[in-house]
Design a protein around this ligand. Structure first.
Ligand SMILES: Cc1cc2nc3c(=O)[nH]c(=O)nc-3n(C[C@H](O)[C@H](O)[C@H](O)COP(=O)(O)OP(=O)(O)OC[C@H]3O[C@@H](n4cnc5c(N)ncnc54)[C@H](O)[C@@H]3O)c2cc1C
Length: 427
């Protein structure tokens, strides 16, 4: 049985710090802010430092296209989304799962709703009202914010920052690092923390793109006509471990040089790893996932009289625009002219993916501080007692669907709990 330990922070906060203990939280994204909330609620003086002029910039961006904060699917399905790291992430979720995320948002006065896919969104779909209410509560609870403070590592055992007023050394009883991954560096998380930790013996898996697009090397002709066009209701196939092609329905977008979008992101971890091992990866596009192969073949092989193949496909199957363009782009003249081979291609058009798009464009990054470098609490760096890590800078990954933010929130809380326990044991 999993226990749910979420308690309203509202009552516990709004009180000045009751202890002389000081914890530095470096990184004001969702993971760091959540750690700050738990620490402040326990009476600890919390100082949040961030390199940017304001906190939560990626969180705000995540809210631009409709903030997907968590997911309503059953817990076993939910936790399985963390793949190879699901056991480690499950330990954080035990204290703060998807239901707790929703209760926490409601506590901030923001309503949520469940979309048709089971994804959970704030009622207004935006992050700004939520972040505003959250920061207000944190400030009321005594959390102090220090913006434009870039952490540079340690100097003489103290935290070392570059600030607009020069360099600064700060002493703290414990430190939480929540520095993010390496996508969208202009929003603050640039991965510059990696050498600061590796030189102290912390193992860090290289940061690589997750939930990312891929380059395919379209012809100039195809991309000039179709870049930016969505492929709605298609399926993507990939070679599963048993050698069979597995399929998933959804939608994605043709870009200038490749493909991106939710269906591509859902498969991106395995395709990225396949490219790393084999140099490229093949996906298959089913352009008519709601039609059986037999039906498509029957329609394509019908006599077409003097009609061109393009207008035949449009009238029999509604294939036009970017879908028709893809067939021309990916098939030889002979394949396109052969109705049986053309029908087979409509149900499984092979597309070679050459490389991932750069990490800076990705929704998130994989890699980060390896769990093997963490103490049994799943948050403290073994090599640096009193220093805890949380959020995307830790080596786990998940697809889009609210799983990223949920693990950042839950990991932030877990790091704060571990810090409180560590401080308590030393008192
Ligand atoms: C376009 C986009 C859309 C997204 N949509 C969703 C979504 O709908 N649902 C979802 O679950 N997830 C979404 N995500 C992912 C989610 O936003 C991230 O996983 C999450 O913000 C990571 O939180 P974090 O606290 O670990 O790191 P971040 O949010 O990256 O915060 C890290 C903070 O650390 C600071 N920092 C870094 N280095 C230093 C330093 N040396 N000194 C001081 N400060 C430093 C940064 O300035 C930053 O404020 C989206 C991401 C993007 C890019």
């Amino acid at each position: 049985m999993r226990a749910l330990f979420y308690q309203s922070a509202e009552s516990a906060m709004n009180q000045p710090p009751s202890s002389t203990l000081r914890v530095a939280v470096i990184g004001g994204g969702p993971a760091g802010l959540m750690a700050a909330e738990v620490l402040a609620a326990h009476g600890v003086q919390v100082d949040v430092y961030d390199a940017m002029a304001s906190v939560g910039r990626k969180f705000l961006l995540a809210g631009k296209g409709g903030m997907n904060i968590t997911h309503s699917e059953p817990y076993p399905d939910f936790v399985a989304r963390y793949g190879a790291r699901h056991q480690q992430v499950a330990r954080w979720l035990q204290e703060f799962d998807a239901d707790a995320v929703r209760a926490w948002i409601h506590d901030l006065g923001i309503e949520t709703f469940v979309g048709s896919s089971g994804r959970v969104f704030p009622r207004e779909m935006k992050a700004a009202p939520l972040l505003r209410a959250w920061l207000h509560r944190l400030r009321e609870g005594g959390v102090r914010f220090h913006m434009r403070h870039r952490w540079l590592g340690w100097q003489d055992g103290r935290l070392h920052f570059a600030t607009p007023d020069g360099e600064l050394q700060v002493e703290a009883d414990a430190t939480i690092l929540a520095l993010g991954g390496a996508s969208w560096a202009r929003l603050g998380s640039d991965g510059a923390w990696i050498p600061l930790l590796t030189e102290r013996g912390i193992e860090v898996a290289p940061l690589v793109p997750a939930n990312c697009g891929f380059d395919t090397g379209w012809s100039a002709h195809f991309s000039s006509r179709h870049a930016g066009e969505p492929l709605i209701t298609v399926a993507l196939g990939w070679r599963a471990q048993d050698g069979q092609i597995a399929w998933r329905k959804g939608q994605f977008v043709v870009t200038q040089g490749g493909i991106e979008g939710s269906l591509v992101y859902a498969l991106s971890a395995r395709l990225r790893d396949q490219i790393a091992h084999e140099g490229s990866a093949t996906v298959w596009i089913d352009l008519m996932p709601d039609f059986s192969a037999e039906r498509v073949e029957a329609e394509v092989t019908r006599p077409r009289g003097s009609r061109s193949m393009s207008s035949h496909l449009q009238s029999r199957l509604g294939i036009k625009g970017v879908k028709a363009g893809l067939l021309h782009e990916c098939l030889s003249r002979d394949e396109y002219a052969d109705p049986v081979r053309l029908a087979a291609a409509i149900k499984g058009l092979p597309l070679t993916l050459l490389r991932t798009r750069p990490i800076d464009e990705a929704i998130s990054s994989a890699g980060g501080v390896r769990f093997e470098s963490l103490a049994d609490d799943g948050a403290m760096l073994r090599a640096l007692p009193g220093v805890f890590v949380a959020g995307e800078m830790v080596d786990w990954e998940a697809p889009t669907g609210g799983y990223l933010l949920t693990a950042c929130f839950a990991g932030g809380r877990a790091s704060a709990s571990a810090a409180l326990e560590w401080l308590g044991a030393r008192a």
